[in-house]
Design a protein around this ligand. Structure first.
Ligand SMILES: Cc1cc2nc3c(=O)[nH]c(=O)nc-3n(C[C@H](O)[C@H](O)[C@H](O)COP(=O)(O)OP(=O)(O)OC[C@H]3O[C@@H](n4cnc5c(N)ncnc54)[C@H](O)[C@@H]3O)c2cc1C
Length: 450
């Protein structure tokens, strides 16, 4: 294949993948370069492996509930090696799916490290060290992100980030999770459900600090019920590996807190991958949060665009995907696919899950909006009750009849939020919800009560 393309994409995570596939389907000649794994963080170290493990622990817990329905199962046990196999199989399936969809769309897949030398030019170094010069009208940077942790913490065999923790083959007996936001509470759920002694240490006074306070309190109660010890308002001072154990010292409000466990898992955030030499050489502006882009994902350098976690902000796979599709449509299509920051849904895959789109009550009041809040309990829905899912609620925020935010905590929250995203993104509200016909009996009918 010739080295001249319409579009070159560096990085094959969800953002790069979506941009490449969309642009190729629109008729562009596209190359995508990946130096590690096809599918990126999402497939190998993020969405897919964590959800595969959470699916295992959820099914294990669900079996224990079956007695309520008159079903006896005898003694229930699990095989962690088989669970890890499921994790690995799902990663493989996902990665093969990424490669197949790119090939089916006609994208040129190049394995190697891409270096943007100038606008319009990328040098690709193969794993064997061979260099290939590629040229294109446009380039998309989709380098992704990596774990972020305080500089005074030294990673070790027992002090790990999510990357290292997902590579463990055995289940520890005890884990301290530093950081009670999305990644921290998801790991906590799966570990505690499998009987690991879990302690969360969170700096702020609320776990999942970006979410609705009432939902965070509800989740805290549920995690506590699972046996997880949660310390909020606790600032980690030191964390060290001493033979066969980790030792953490923190200050909780004014009290000293000392904890020991087999492992520590750092869930203190993620940062964009910023390759400074290339950014500076090409005149691409960036700040601490990531590469700076305009509303069309264009960087400060003509012909260079950026999508996904490398642009900072809310680091989620579907955000990266929509940015990728939008920039492909902008460059190679009719520009009808748009990306908007306003209505990016987020899902926390705890049990129960927490899902949100748009504003929380607190965010709305910080904007000075006089909102109406409506709340419906899962227990009011007969399908929830029949399926033993009656624990949770939906909270909706309306402004002048328009739905501007929804938070759902309960089973299948992530599925329910999808329809609410459409409502929020399209400025719909009371009028449309009133005329929406929802099949009966379904959990979705909760949304009718809003
Ligand atoms: C534990 C965990 C759980 C998560 N769970 C979810 C979830 O449930 N839902 C959700 O929406 N999001 C989740 N995320 C976040 C999600 O994984 C990211 O938002 C998403 O992967 C970002 O996509 P991206 O395309 O920007 O970058 P990435 O997925 O990070 O991919 C970037 C790719 O670029 C490649 N690359 C970088 N530099 C070069 C180079 N010079 N040459 C060639 N290749 C290069 C990298 O090897 C990598 O494959 C999770 C993240 C973590 C860590």
């Amino acid at each position: 294949m010739s080295n001249t393309h319409d579009l070159i994409i560096v990085g094959a995570g969800p953002g790069g993948h979506a941009a490449a596939e969309q642009a190729a389907r629109l008729g562009a000649k596209v190359a995508i370069i990946e130096k590690n794994q096809w599918g990126g963080t999402c497939t190998y170290r993020g969405c897919v492996p964590t959800k595969a493990l959470l699916a295992c622990s959820k099914q294990y817990m669900n079996i224990k509930k079956l007695r309520r329905l008159g079903i006896s199962t005898g003694e229930v046990s699990f095989d962690y090696t088989a669970m890890k196999r499921h994790q690995q199989q799902m990663v493989t399936v996902s990665s093969l799916g990424v490669q197949k969809s790119l090939k089916d769309a006609g994208v040129n897949l190049i394995y190697g490290e891409g270096k943007i030398t100038n606008p319009g030019e990328v040098l690709c170094i193969s794993p064997q060290g061979d260099a290939q010069r590629l040229v294109a009208d446009n380039i998309i940077v989709a380098w992704g992100s990596e774990p972020l942790f305080p500089s005074h913490i030294k990673l070790s065999q027992r002090i790990l980030t999510s990357d290292g923790f997902l590579a463990l083959d055995t289940l520890p007996e005890s884990v301290i999770i530093v950081g009670g936001s999305v990644i921290g509470v998801e790991f906590a759920t799966f570990l505690a459900e499998l009987g690991v002694k879990v302690t969360i240490v969170e700096l702020l006074d609320q776990i999942i600090p970006c979410e609705d306070e009432e939902s965070a309190a509800f989740l805290r109660q549920e995690l506590t019920r699972l046996g997880i010890a949660i310390h909020t308002s606790a600032r980690m001072e030191t964390l060290q590996e001493i033979p066969n154990v980790v030792h953490l010292k923190a200050i909780q409000k004014t009290q000293a807190l000392e904890l020991k466990a087999d492992y520590a898992l750092m869930c203190t955030g993620r940062k964009p991958v910023l390759l400074f030499d290339e950014l500076n050489q090409c005149g691409i502006e960036y700040d601490r949060k990531g590469i700076i882009v305009n509303e069309n994902q264009r960087t400060s350098s003509e012909g260079i665009y950026a999508v996904g976690d490398v642009t900072g902000g809310v680091m989620l796979a579907h955000r990266a995907i929509q940015q990728g599709r939008a920039v492909a449509s902008y460059l190679n299509g009719d520009r009808s696919i748009k990306y908007s920051e306003e209505a990016i849904p987020s899902v926390i895959y705890t049990h129960p899950g927490v899902a949100r789109v748009g504003l929380t009550e607190r965010q709305a009041s910080e904007k000075g909006l006089n909102v109406e809040t409506r709340k419906v309990e899962y227990a009011a829905n007969i399908m929830a009750r029949t399926e033993l899912k009656g624990n949770g609620f939906v909270k909706a925020i309306f402004y002048e009849g328009r739905l501007i935010g929804v938070t759902i905590i309960g089973d299948d929250a992530g599925e329910l939020i999808a329809s609410m995203s459409l409502v929020v993104a399209n400025g719909m509200g009371t009028k449309e919800l009133k005329n929406w016909i929802i099949p009966h009996p379904t959990l979705s009918e909760i949304l009718h009560l809003l």
